[in-house]
Design a protein around this ligand. Sequence first.
Ligand code: ZN
Length: 289
Amino acid sequence: MDWPERLRSVRRWTRAGERAPHKPLLLLYALAHHQRHGNVPIVYSEAEERLARLLREFGPRQRTSPGYPFHHLASDGVWRVTTVDGEGSPGSGVTVLREKRAMGSLSADLDAALCADPGLAARIARVLLDDNFAPSLHAGIIALTGLRAAPEPLSEEGGVRDPRFRETVLEAYAHRCAFCGYEGRLDGVLVGLEAAHIRWWSHGGPNEPDNGLCLCSTHHLLFDRGVLGLTGELTVAVSSRFEARSGAAEAFVLSLAGRDLLRPAHGYPHAAPDHVGWHTDQVFRAPAV
Ligand SMILES: [Zn+2]
């Protein structure tokens, strides 16, 4: 069984570009747990807080209960839930999951494969990260789940870290952050600048200049976390859910609201409305509905 490919079917859980990272986040949490404790079951009430935090930070903008993936992942054949009453999940409600002392664990065949191959968990984690999250978010997810090292992906052409994409996008914006204008070099070499995908590569975003923005590292992360967004007129939007707790945060984030995005150099395309629309719908943290 090619487990990374088998679990890549996680990808099919997303519909038409809509982000549905609930199950991948639970799987990443379960893999990290397996690295430390083997297939000792995960007790729902003990994991609830950490799972809720993972969903809040890296899930979709609508609040989602951790009970949702805990219950529904069982239908995919890689996770099983038991309760004090025996086999089977009692449902996705948090109260019943707590009261029935629901416990989840990886399926027996996945457990056996992970035990037989100590590097497998990290390889599966790499696939889940690349298929579901923008690269700037990977380190945060790894830290919060406690995963032990997911191997770095190669910067191959056509992949999520396509070196050609990076080069073209940085050039299009004259090596400046399209939000704040930062340009910096160390010993003559660019430092702290990245090529961001507007529509994530993991969700069908192409490595084309009309899907890229040159951003400084912090604004890139804030863009991928949905603090910053773009309007249809290509001005900067700041989520009303963001709190600036210092003057520096005000200057670095809030002051960008309404500012024109830096325009690309002559001959390079502007950010495409389709990709901007995807980011607005799937990533930008608009007011909760
Ligand atoms: Zn910047």
